[in-house]
Design a protein around this ligand. Structure first.
Ligand code: ADP
Ligand code: MG
Length: 244
């Protein structure tokens, strides 16, 4: 097991990021160009008989797949780069966890993953509810993807030292030590269809909330991500129910 504290410089490598973005978008775009040309060529060959229709369908499906990939990359990038100040309200983190769990419920069911949910009563956190939910979804989806069929996904929340801690643990293959230092890098992925932006987004969200994210992983045993968010300082004086 190895504990990795994520560093701030990773977000400021703008030049490197731009180059990666150009590269990442360029690959599916090249695919779109190629398959679109094949569609044109097939149409130029003559009227769409059954054989030509099959070729058209195949190439259009490939255009669609590559366009969807571009779209996923751009969507993630927008999350990642979102500069607008977060909409801070007094938030119940457990509610954000529950919404995240319902968003991944389908995936959990399909993969027959055993879900363990242990949520302790928490002080409110000044946070953007939607962004927190996004962070939990991204980490939990990675956990599911790592485990394949079966396995156990445990989500725990607790209070410690004036902070709210959310632990998301899986029984997947774990992350080799040499890979651990890269998982928060934009576009780092080991998946054929991954964008490598999920954890970059998580990192950005947690950082904007003044929190931290750490990961503890053991090859062959599993991985645990811990997100720590400072509790609202005024919480005990103003009490719950008086939204900011
Ligand atoms: P993506 O999911 O698109 O690959 P992420 O930024 O979400 O991008 O994750 C980056 C990489 O970190 C993954 O490709 C995977 O190698 C590794 N990773 C993240 N979470 C886990 C996990 N729970 N178990 C094993 N590996 C993980
Ligand atoms: Mg991911």
């Amino acid at each position: 097991a190895q504990d990795q504290l994520v560093r701030t410089e990773k977000l400021s490598a703008l030049g490197k990021l731009s180059a990666s973005v150009a590269h990442e978008i360029n690959n599916p775009l090249a695919g779109i160009l190629t398959f679109a040309k094949l569609v044109s060529r097939t149409l130029a060959e003559g009227p769409p008989d059954d054989a030509r229709r099959a070729v058209l369908q195949k190439n259009l499906a490939l255009v669609e797949r590559e366009a969807q990939r571009c779209s996923a990359i751009v969507r993630n990038l927008l999350d990642f780069a979102r500069e607008r100040p977060i909409q801070r309200k007094r938030v119940d983190v457990n509610a954000a966890i529950d919404e995240a769990l319902s968003l991944i419920a389908n995936q959990v069911a399909i993969q027959e993953i055993a879900l363990v949910r242990e949520l302790a009563p928490l002080p409110p956190v000044l946070a953007d509810f939607g962004q927190l939910r996004q962070a939990f979804v991204n980490v939990a989806m990675n956990a599911c993807e790592a485990m394949g069929k079966g396995g156990r996904l445990a989500i725990t929340s607790r209070t410690r030292d004036g902070a709210v801690e959310i632990a998301i643990a899986d029984t997947g293959p774990g992350i080799p030590p040499e890979r651990l230092g890269h998982i928060f890098d934009p576009f780092f992925t080991t998946k054929e269809k991954g964008t490598g932006l999920g954890l970059s987004v998580v990192y950005g969200i947690v950082q904007r909330h003044g929190g931290t994210v750490t990961v503890d992983s053991a090859v062959g045993a599993g991985t645990t991500f811990v997100l720590r968010l400072p509790a609202d300082q005024d919480a005990d004086t103003t009490g719950p129910g008086q939204a900011a």
